[in-house]
Design a protein around this ligand. Structure first.
Ligand code: SF4
Length: 233
């Protein structure tokens, strides 16, 4: 993981891997996914722990740009994911991606408000998928970080700008209850969020950070408030 955000070098080996094609990750777009190494959270259910704990990636930004040059006219967009993409200074990379004519979607936990605001101000982002990890009271327990306030600022920023984004939560029902999800729904609604709210069920893999098993607690979807349109993934 690069910890030197001041370094703006496109030669930084920040990229853990590239998924060369997806039509699922960016709604209505053919895209590739750039997986950036490192993360400032340690979510219990995270199944990308190899990426999260990676000290360095296998590819530089330049490598990705070379790949993208070969995809001009074939792909429409680039998804910046991870790990947490904003662990790295993305400005120069995003400018170069835009120069090639691609749209950019950012998957983020929202904790680098300053960088996200800058990228939006510069017109470098087209879509954001923002993780709403947990209600404030459970945020640290689930993410092992104390960054709720930064996340909250980013959420408000996206709403204030009327920016095109989706809010999403990963659900492990031993960690988040129906009340917790309802708290999130009410908070999103109160702040003025009108888009779909995506809930992704925990992927039962053996490689998640906390070695979680499949939930033992039943989650009753019928108890959820209908204040937002919920899409289950
Ligand atoms: S799930 Fe959590 S730990 Fe894993 S990459 Fe996302 S923010 Fe980081």
């Amino acid at each position: 993981m690069s910890t030197n955000k001041e370094s703006n070098s496109l030669n930084t080996r920040a990229v853990y891997d590239i998924t060369k094609f997806t039509h699922l990750d960016y709604p209505d777009h053919l895209a590739c996914i750039v997986w950036l190494s490192g993360c400032n959270m340690r979510c219990d259910y995270c199944y990308n722990k190899d990426i999260v704990f990676a000290k360095e990636g296998s590819h530089t930004f330049v490598d990705v740009l070379e790949f993208l040059k070969s995809r001009v006219g074939l792909l429409e967009a680039v998804v910046l994911s991870g790990g947490e993409a904003t662990m790295h200074d993305l400005e120069e990379f995003c400018i170069a991606i835009k120069d090639l004519g691609f749209k950019i979607k950012l998957d983020t936990n929202g904790t680098d408000y300053k960088q996200i605001k800058k990228l939006i101000d510069l017109g470098l982002l087209d879509f954001v998928a923002l993780d709403y990890k947990a209600p404030k009271e459970k945020f640290t327990q689930i993410t092992h970080s104390n960054k709720y306030e930064e996340f909250s600022k980013t959420l408000d920023l996206l709403l204030d700008r009327d920016f095109d984004f989706e809010a999403r939560t990963t659900l492990h029902s031993d960690l988040l209850s129906e009340d917790d999800i309802n708290n999130i729904i009410q908070d999103l609604k109160r702040r003025g969020y009108k888009n779909n709210y995506y809930i992704q069920s925990f992927l039962d893999t053996e490689t998640n950070i906390a070695n979680l098993q499949a939930p033992t607690t039943t989650f009753d979807k019928s108890q959820l408030l209908d204040e937002l349109n919920i899409i289950w993934r």
